[in-house]
Design a protein around this ligand. Structure first.
Ligand code: RAM
Length: 377
């Protein structure tokens, strides 16, 4: 309970800081949700062996008139996905519906297709998916849509033909700008840097990487920075560790690694700190996993990093699913709906020609706030 209060206070603080958090956040930041989500240690342990189905709200809640809302994460064993699932379940419980949480065995499109086909057979009302591949889920999701299931993506988008709308954590360019500016700042404006990403097909990471490259190319300010490699750790701790070690070995002059994945950044932080490396790190990380690595001195590998609230992202995915199922929204630009106590959201045009709903702006975590946030997620 105490932690829920702390969480609520911090979310108000985050809402205020969002407006100045990372550059030009203000125009895209709807008020951040009132955080009531459980802190990390209260998150339900999701089973690594999924896709076996799990979780359902109590029968009486479902009987109260709610639908059956499915969330398909990128893969099992990723704490970010577990936070999203927690938020999704909370919102579905608020709605009086039934939540089905599925964490595929591996971060692949094939594993997600198997899960989606099983959800179609079960006759769920909606599927909200964090996609491992933008295009490869299309046939399965079209089949779902043809069966009357409302489909949206969250976190990592599917293509326009496969979804009604996308629940995005923050604007793509905004995230790219935060990360590029961090690389510029931490390198001192010159030298070699590398990216440690998730899978090579991940739509969200690929969009952020593309954005970073475009930002670097468009401004001579970044001309003395050399991006030497984009490595892929597949959101697996061991592969991310191996890829970090390979980067250190192959580029002795490397100054900064930017990992736009919570799994990658945590693995890289451990490698750098354990080795006492002078290479610095930034990217997107979970405060609870990264607190021990964040600091301004030589003993810490990461001066600062960014993220958003993954629990709220899951909650917004659930409220969006429910609004699609009830017909309150169709996924069209300009549609508006109320996401429970998170407040009002509007569907806007997305960069790929489809539509999206933006949760907020990226938030910066540094030595001044990491101790508080590590308790929340
Ligand atoms: C990883 C996943 C997820 C991404 C975060 C930042 O956990 O790849 O999709 O949004 O990092």
């Amino acid at each position: 309970m105490k932690k829920k209060v702390l969480s609520a206070i911090l979310s108000v603080a985050m809402a205020a800081t969002l407006l100045v958090g990372c550059g030009s956040a203000a125009e895209e930041a709807p008020a951040a949700a009132t955080e009531e989500a459980a802190p990390a240690e209260e998150a339900p342990a999701e089973e690594a062996e999924a896709p076996a189905e799990e979780e359902a709200a109590p029968a009486e809640e479902a009987a109260a008139g709610g639908g059956t809302y499915a969330f398909v994460s990128k893969s099992a064993g990723n704490p970010f996905n577990e936070r999203q699932a927690t938020g999704f379940e909370e919102a579905v419980a608020d709605l009086g519906g039934t939540a089905i949480i599925q964490h595929p065995e591996a971060p692949t499109a094939d594993a997600q297709i198997t899960v989606i086909q099983s959800l179609i057979s079960q006759g769920v009302d909606s599927i909200c998916v964090a996609a491992n591949d933008e295009n490869a889920l299309q046939a399965a999701l079209e089949e779902a849509a043809a069966a009357g299931i409302k489909v949206c993506s969250v976190d990592s988008t599917v293509n326009v033909a496969s979804r009604l709308t996308h629940v995005n954590q923050a604007g793509v360019t905004e995230i790219g700008q935060c990360l590029m500016d961090a690389v510029y700042d931490i390198t001192g404006g010159e030298g070699q840097w590398a990216i440690l990403s998730a899978t090579s097909q991940a739509a969200n990471q690929n969009a952020w990487i593309e954005s970073m490259k475009e930002i670097q190319a468009a401004d001579s300010k970044y001309a003395n920075l050399e991006l030497v490699e984009v490595a892929y750790g597949d959101d697996e701790p061991q592969k991310s560790t191996d890829q970090t070690q390979a980067l250190l070995q192959n580029y002795p002059d490397l100054k900064v690694i930017c990992a736009p994945t919570t799994v990658g950044i945590a693995a890289a932080a451990k490698v750098l700190q354990d080795q006492g490396s002078s290479v610095k790190l930034t990217g997107l990380g979970l405060p609870s996993e990264m607190a021990e690595y964040i600091g301004d001195d030589d003993a810490h590998s990461c001066p600062y990093m960014f993220l958003w609230n993954p629990i709220d992202l899951g909650r917004l995915g659930a409220y969006t699913s429910a609004a699609l199922v009830s017909g309150e929204i169709t996924g069209a630009e300009g549609d508006k709906f109320t996401a429970g106590d998170m407040g009002d959201y509007e569907i806007v045009k997305a960069g790929d020609g489809g539509t999206e709903i933006i949760l907020g702006a990226p938030f910066k975590f540094d030595p001044s706030n990491i101790e508080e946030w590590k308790e929340v997620y």
